[in-house]
Design a protein around this ligand. Sequence first.
Ligand SMILES: [Zn+2]
Ligand SMILES: [Zn+2]
Length: 342
Amino acid sequence: MTAPVETKHPVQIMDGLLQLKVPIPNNPLGWVLPYLIEGRDGWTLVDSGWNVPEAADALEQQLNDAGVGFGKLKTLLVTHIHPDHYGLAGRVKERSGAKVIIHQRERDMIRSRYKNPEQLLATIGDWLAMQGVPRDNVEDLRTSAMPVRAFVDAVQPDEVVWGGERLEIGRFLFEVWWTPGHSPGHICFLERGQKFILTGDHVLPTITPNVSMHPQQQGNPLGDYIASLERLEGLDVKTVLPAHEYTFDDLRGRLRGIHRHHEERLREMIEVIGDAPRTGYEVAKGVKWATGSFDTFSFWMQRAAIGETLAHLEYLVIEDRLQRFMRDGVQYYAKPDDTQDA
Ligand SMILES: [Zn+2]
Ligand SMILES: [Zn+2]
């Protein structure tokens, strides 16, 4: 897979379907790709961008270039509530009056994450300490996501979906696919007739999305993610329209690649644990990261790395490849039967 040459957006994917490209300043992702779909009595936008002037201006400019503007926008579909997808939702709603549609599980996190985060912040502090983060570092890691809140103009949805709904928009009939993992209420939109799928952050051409444990994302997020990938395996899809990077065609090959990536990560984490019990924090420091060494990461990146590590460790516990236990308020992971001599 090679990245296509730089093109000017909006790009027409097919009749009635346009791809926009909205910058994410000072972020390695570079941009988000919202989509514009022509309906019978107005247009639907899928995702928006960070709530910063560069992104807001780019979005407005491209809506105007498409001849749609805010005036003809009737609906905003949000794949998930991360700032790069949901950040401008409030502004889009205010300017256009568009109906906002989000998955129920994402809706449930809006208030605690973006409106009244105090309770969640307290929980995150305790939770980080339980994962073995040294006391001196807990405060910096705990509050590291707070600046991100500024990039979100939060708005409550007018409608929620659960997955399985059919949305008829103009000449298209979209199926809503609930694909939890990267975020608990992440959704994709499948168009069977035209053989394309809008994958949000669930499947990207070269990047693997962060799949993290978090006080708001317990259970087995990596297991959820892998199951959500497997559900896409048999689909007859010719075009994959992701929310970052670029359009691609080989969905099946990419699904295999992501599987392999996580299988390697799981093996690497078992190796780092070796014969002694380790905390999630210790394993996060011990594994290799494509973006550099853990100790050079920003606090925000360190927290993402810890969350991602824990998602893998919990997956291994559920698969009986590791066991988990608590000692003095700290959670440890070990190979089966290593706890006694710990
Ligand atoms: Zn995301
Ligand atoms: Zn994203």
